[in-house]
Structures are given as structure tokens and as C-alpha cells.
Design a protein around this ligand. Structure first.
Ligand code: 5GP
Length: 229
């Protein structure tokens, strides 16, 4: 069976051609804490070619298993504030009592390399980036319910009781801002949700505005006069 005839569509290359030199696409992904976006994003980064992750800076202490420079660049408040004052962040925000910021240098490096970029940031950061880059694509990951979110956060065992309560009480306000996003993905089942997220990336790459160069190239192969057949 040829790979593009697979009934599950698993091996079909869905990637449209990218115009040489075209700027990358900004994907902003938001979810309340415990929404499972980390796992989801890791899957999509693995399965979709040409997609880079913007590693943020934070003053939050690392959780077990988190690596500096991979999960985040972990730093002190003083260092964060100095970087912020030097303009090193594309956006920054206080989230659940800690400072978080997206590195301008990381984003610029990836875009210069022609890659699309995923910013996994909170709703305040998302609004700031949208102001800066009107073309950014916003995706909100929704948990199936409040109970599911609470159970997931509890099972993760990464937060102290106080932080856990703070994260849960902030979650409603985050989800309520769903209208600010272009796409909503329900994270009820990670495989399904990861496929949906990948589909969003492919759909954005196939937008007419990003494929017009291809249409012009195809059109140029058509004779202007009625063809001799
Ligand atoms: P966590 O501490 O669970 O890794 O992240 C807490 C929240 O901070 C999440 O909503 C996450 O998306 C957000 N966050 C992570 N990096 C950034 C960033 O660079 N900027 C902003 N504004 N939020 C961020």
C-alpha cells in the first residue's frame, strides 16, 4: 500500500510547501495550569517538521525532571528584572506569583532560520504578543472540566498546596478568555488533542496568503492564449 493510501492518514505528508524566505508563523498556545499542554506540545514538536519551541525565562524554581535551558531558563528575580530592563523579552508577565518572559533572541533566531515558532505562554502574554504581531495564531487548550483539571494537577504532585490553590483559582479567569483565541482544542485524550493541534499548524501553513506564491507559479504554467490541443 502506498503511504498516502493509509486509511488512518498516519503517514501522509500534510506539509504544504513554504515560500522560500517567508517569515515563520507565530503560534501562541495557552492553557490553564494542569491543562496538559506540556505533553501535548512535546508531541506536536516531535511530529510536525519545521516547528520550534520558544524556551521562556522564569523565576519559578525548577520542578523535578525540568532541565535548565530545555523547560525554561531558570533565574533569579534580580537577573530577570535586569534582562527585562534591557529589553530582552518580547513580553513578560507575573503568573501565579512568578515572573515569566519570552526571549526576543530565541524567537528572532528561530524565525530567521525559517521555522514556525510555538510560544507556550499565559493569557496576558498572549494578548501582548497579539498586539505586537497581529498575525500570531492563538490556540487555547481546554481541560474537559474543572474537576479534570484539579485531578490532573493533584496527580502531578508538582505544586505545594498554596500554589495549587492559586493555580486552580486563576484557571477560571484564563479559560473565560477563550474568545481571544482563534482555535480551541479540548484536551480530553492526548493523542486526539495532539493530532488536532498538528492539524491546526498544517491548516495555518496552507492559508491562501501563505500559498499565493505557489498559485502564481502554477498559474504561470498556463498559456494565456487558448491552448492547441
Ligand atoms: P508553569 O509554571 O506551570 O510552567 O507555567 C505557568 C504559566 O506561565 C503557564 O500558563 C505558562 O503558559 C505561563 N508561561 C510560561 N512561559 C511564559 C512566558 O514566557 N510568558 C508568559 N506571559 N507566560 C508564560
Amino acid at each position: 500500500m502506498s503511504s498516502d493510501a493509509r486509511p488512518d492518514g498516519g503517514d501522509v505528508n500534510l506539509d504544504p510547501a513554504v515560500e522560500p524566505g517567508a517569515p515563520g508563523i507565530f503560534f501562541i498556545i495557552c492553557a490553564p495550569s494542569g491543562g496538559g499542554k506540556g505533553t501535548l506540545i512535546r508531541r506536536v514538536l516531535k511530529s510536525v517538521p519545521g516547528l520550534a519551541y520558544s524556551v521562556s525565562w522564569t523565576t519559578r524554581p525548577p520542578r523535578p525532571g525540568e532541565t535548565d535551558g530545555v523547560s525554561y531558563y531558570f533565574t533569579t528575580e534580580q537577573d530577570f528584572e535586569q534582562r527585562r530592563d534591557r529589553g530582552e523579552f518580547l513580553e513578560w508577565a507575573v503568573v501565579h506569583g512568578n515572573l515569566y518572559g519570552s526571549s526576543r533572541a530565541v524567537v528572532e533566531k528561530e524565525l530567521a532560520a525559517g521555522r514556525d515558532i510555538v510560544l507556550e505562554i499565559d493569557v496576558q502574554g498572549a494578548a501582548a504578543v497579539r498586539q505586537l504581531m497581529g498575525e500570531a495564531v492563538g490556540v487555547m487548550i481546554l481541560p474537559p472540566s474543572f474537576e479534570a483539571l484539579r485531578d490532573r494537577l493533584l496527580a502531578r504532585r508538582t505544586e505545594a498546596t498554596g500554589t495549587l490553590a492559586l493555580r486552580l483559582s486563576n484557571a477560571r479567569g484564563e479559560v473565560a478568555r477563550y474568545t481571544e483565541f482563534d482555535y480551541l482544542v479540548l484536551n480530553d485524550e492526548v493523542d486526539r488533542a495532539a493530532k488536532q493541534l498538528a492539524a491546526i499548524v498544517y491548516a495555518e501553513r496552507a492559508r491562501r496568503a501563505r500559498q499565493e506564491w505557489l498559485a502564481r507559479r502554477v498559474l504561470a504554467t498556463f498559456p494565456e492564449a487558448p491552448p492547441d490541443v
